[in-house]
Design a protein around this ligand. Sequence first.
Ligand SMILES: *[C@@H]1O[C@H](CO)[C@@H](O)[C@H](O)[C@H]1NC(C)=O
Ligand SMILES: *[C@@H]1O[C@H](CO)[C@@H](O)[C@H](O)[C@H]1NC(C)=O
Ligand SMILES: *[C@@H]1O[C@H](CO)[C@@H](O)[C@H](O)[C@H]1NC(C)=O
Ligand SMILES: *[C@@H]1O[C@H](CO)[C@@H](O)[C@H](O)[C@H]1NC(C)=O
Ligand SMILES: *[C@@H]1O[C@H](CO)[C@@H](O)[C@H](O)[C@H]1NC(C)=O
Ligand SMILES: *[C@@H]1O[C@H](CO)[C@@H](O)[C@H](O)[C@H]1NC(C)=O
Ligand SMILES: *[C@@H]1O[C@H](CO)[C@@H](O)[C@H](O)[C@H]1NC(C)=O
Ligand SMILES: *[C@@H]1O[C@H](CO)[C@@H](O)[C@H](O)[C@H]1NC(C)=O
Ligand SMILES: *[C@@H]1O[C@H](CO)[C@@H](O)[C@H](O)[C@H]1NC(C)=O
Length: 439
Amino acid sequence: MSCTVFLLFLLSSSFFVSTEAYDALDPNGNITIKWDIMSWTPDGYVAVVTLYNFQQYRHIDSPGWQLGWTWTKKEVIWSMMGGQATDQGDCSKFKGSIPHCCKKNPTIVDLLPGTPYNQQIANCCKGGVLTSWAQDPANAVGSFQISVGRSGTTNKTVRAPKNVTLKAPGPGYTCGRASIVKPTRFITSDKRRVTQALMTWNITCTYSQFLASKTPTCCVSLSSFYNDTIVPCPTCSCGCRSNTTGGCVKGNSPHIASVVPGSNRDIVTPVVQCTSHMCPIRVHWHVKLNYKEYWRVKVTITNFNYAMNYSNWNLVVQHPNFDNLTQIFSFNYKSLTPYGDINDTALLWGLKFYNDFLMQAGPLGNVQSELLFQKDLSTFSFEKGWAFPQRIYFNGDICVMPPPDAYPMLPNAGSRQYISLLTLFVTSLSTMAFLYVNA
Ligand SMILES: *[C@@H]1O[C@H](CO)[C@@H](O)[C@H](O)[C@H]1NC(C)=O
Ligand SMILES: *[C@@H]1O[C@H](CO)[C@@H](O)[C@H](O)[C@H]1NC(C)=O
Ligand SMILES: *[C@@H]1O[C@H](CO)[C@@H](O)[C@H](O)[C@H]1NC(C)=O
Ligand SMILES: *[C@@H]1O[C@H](CO)[C@@H](O)[C@H](O)[C@H]1NC(C)=O
Ligand SMILES: *[C@@H]1O[C@H](CO)[C@@H](O)[C@H](O)[C@H]1NC(C)=O
Ligand SMILES: *[C@@H]1O[C@H](CO)[C@@H](O)[C@H](O)[C@H]1NC(C)=O
Ligand SMILES: *[C@@H]1O[C@H](CO)[C@@H](O)[C@H](O)[C@H]1NC(C)=O
Ligand SMILES: *[C@@H]1O[C@H](CO)[C@@H](O)[C@H](O)[C@H]1NC(C)=O
Ligand SMILES: *[C@@H]1O[C@H](CO)[C@@H](O)[C@H](O)[C@H]1NC(C)=O
């Protein structure tokens, strides 16, 4: 029975995710790559390539972005500033000066902080880390300069790169074609002169959680002062692993010390502690206190991943009472308004040098905060799970919630028969997914 429930749950969640390259809480979220040709050279051009992370809450963390493309002609990269190609390729045909990269499909990475000034340009050298737009727009932008040879040398003969790929550093992003847009205008710092690019291409990349990871990476558990039940994360929220064949690490086991974080720069495979949910991250929402005009919630984020310290973590929480958040302790808060004036979605993140670093699994692997909400007496209720969040994302990926009918209930609420719209919705989705798979 519980197995079937779990299956339905997994099906319904993957059903959700796979259809959702579109993110309801960040409908315009994208990374835009702008390719500004600044000057023509005898055999090509010099361009500044800029990545804008326009996503409200999804960031690119260390070890950073990797940008790839395929050249249309026989282009080479003579030199670069603020970035580098990971692989030079075969430049054996060249005599005299040797290009920086001769590959048909180069991969570019950012340089590291502390790069000598003569190799830097503005917005470079952040180790490929881009913050989210809502948290820190100034650091959501990254640039490098590229000097291209053996390409066209006029705006009629030059060709845009094809098949652009963005890794962050794993999969998840899909990039469209380059399109010619109005040349970018640059205003000098004294604001007394405007210059413009000779030609500009834009490329838009969008994220899909399904492409990034087929299984969820985070789950939610719930509790309240009015009911002793702690509703755990659904079993195997993040996929089942065998706890006997090394699929997970037992807490307090001596093996922990010898766990080597993934050496592959592309994908850091989680090394999770053995739990019933098997998620690298659990978010716990505890309804802590009830005052006459206010109520208080405690949020705890726990890291079960031995292979990962999450720097600059963030959390997106959707709850109708965020329109009246009165105080938040020890986290930063910003209201997100994905659909105009409904103020029910919050972006939360850690305070710098205090709890913005969520340490790997172990005694220090958690961060907490408390939220104080003012009640709007016409909508406030402890019934029907109203006090619990509707949706939670950790680092931009949606977290698996317990099924609504398992939420802690008020004693004697007698609301067992109550079927919320949400239950109906989830049930019908699961049924659809189930029928679909059986067909
Ligand atoms: C990318 O994001 C920006 C900022 O939100 C938005 O103005 C633009 O329309 C988006 N582009 C696409 C193609 O969605
Ligand atoms: C190319 O340059 C010419 C002027 O040299 C200009 O009229 C034309 O609009 C440019 N085309 C593009 C696509 O930028
Ligand atoms: C695009 O790039 C991917 C990965 O580098 C490659 O597998 C694919 O064949 C390329 N497609 C084209 C049309 O070049
Ligand atoms: C191209 O990208 C830049 C930077 O993201 C943006 O300001 C500009 O509006 C974009 N142009 C178009 C036509 O999308
Ligand atoms: C792992 O093994 C133990 C003992 O064999 C068992 O009690 C537990 O339910 C198993 N699963 C998880 C996820 O810990
Ligand atoms: C996480 O940070 C701690 C303290 O800085 C460090 O000892 C540990 O090796 C880091 N773990 C990983 C997986 O990077
Ligand atoms: C949403 O709520 C926050 C905090 O209560 C407030 O600062 C913000 O202005 C509100 N935004 C809207 C659109 O109502
Ligand atoms: C916040 O709560 C107070 C008291 O109930 C109410 O007057 C006010 O309209 C609420 N604010 C919002 C944005 O709903
Ligand atoms: C607490 O909530 C659980 C789950 O909804 C419910 O089964 C239980 O009856 C509740 N406990 C009390 C004392 O009402």
